[in-house]
Design a protein around this ligand. Sequence first.
Ligand code: NAD
Ligand code: KPL
Length: 291
Amino acid sequence: MSLHWHILGAGNLGTLAAFYLRQAGFSMCLAGRPEAPRRLTFPDGRSHDLLLPGDDGAPIRYLILATKAAQSLPALAPLRPRLGTGTTLVRLQNGLGSLDHLPPPHPHIIDAVANSGAWREPLPGGGEHIHLAAENTTLLGDGHSQPPSWFGTLADHWPQLSWRPDIRLQQWLKLSLNAVINPLTALYDCDNGALLADSRLQPRFGALAEEIDALARHLLPEWPGETAARARALAQATAGNTSSMRADVRAGRATEIHYINGYLLRQAEQIGMALPEHQRIVAEILALHRP
Ligand code: NAD
Ligand code: KPL
């Protein structure tokens, strides 16, 4: 199957996607960026050097969006004349709502939940070295039960890639954990496991989780609850991790708070529900950086 993909945002996840698209035999190039060297190292030590071709300027039929959430609209703006309603956009990002204000033409959006962990550093001589610290599941979906025709070919080459008809629930499940772990670790400048070790943090941990359960029960009939227990299990399983929000704050970068806790606040506002603990923590995180 011959499909040509554009990658917008060739950082950690964009490079991983570019690698697997190539493995699957699809052609690809960057969007809005010139040719870029990348080295991708897997958890087992395998390393691959890739030269990602620069933007070809052609109409965009298949697009991976893997910028940070807040970079989405500015990155997509110059590409607008090349997008159409026939464009498929795979949104490989944490958080929700980054495309809520995308002006027309509206592409067909496939959402993702990426559970792998990766970080990057400059590559001596130019480019970037992406280290995949843990390779886990990647879920894709657009609300339909059947995936598009290209999906099977990609899934044959991308380990643990699956199509999920219930992608909205899966996104909320991931968002709920990020909305507890990420801002607390950023605010208290601690690794994920320290959230469990420090008893002073437990009341805030519990209050954030309870507010999420109250909101999600209103919006998603299938919501399983138990956010606190799931967040504790994830903090335990990733005890040594620096969360992405803590890393962003430490590096002086804008965080994704608007698309995690901020998204929850916008959803709650629409149904007249207050989430005081989320409101407080959003203000505290925003005080740490200039978004
Ligand atoms: P990243 O910062 O490594 O990559 C983003 C890339 O987008 C960078 O290369 C940046 O230069 C590029 N970019 C920004 N603006 C651009 C523009 N206008 N045009 C072209 N490129 C542009 O980010 P990441 O770690 O890959 O994260 C991407 C998303 O995936 C985030 O939402 C993140 O939360 C999520 N995520 C990351 C991980 C992880 O382990 N890194 C895991 C799961 C989910
Ligand atoms: O997704 C994460 C993040 O840091 O953004 C977790 C799972 C919390 C791992 O640190």
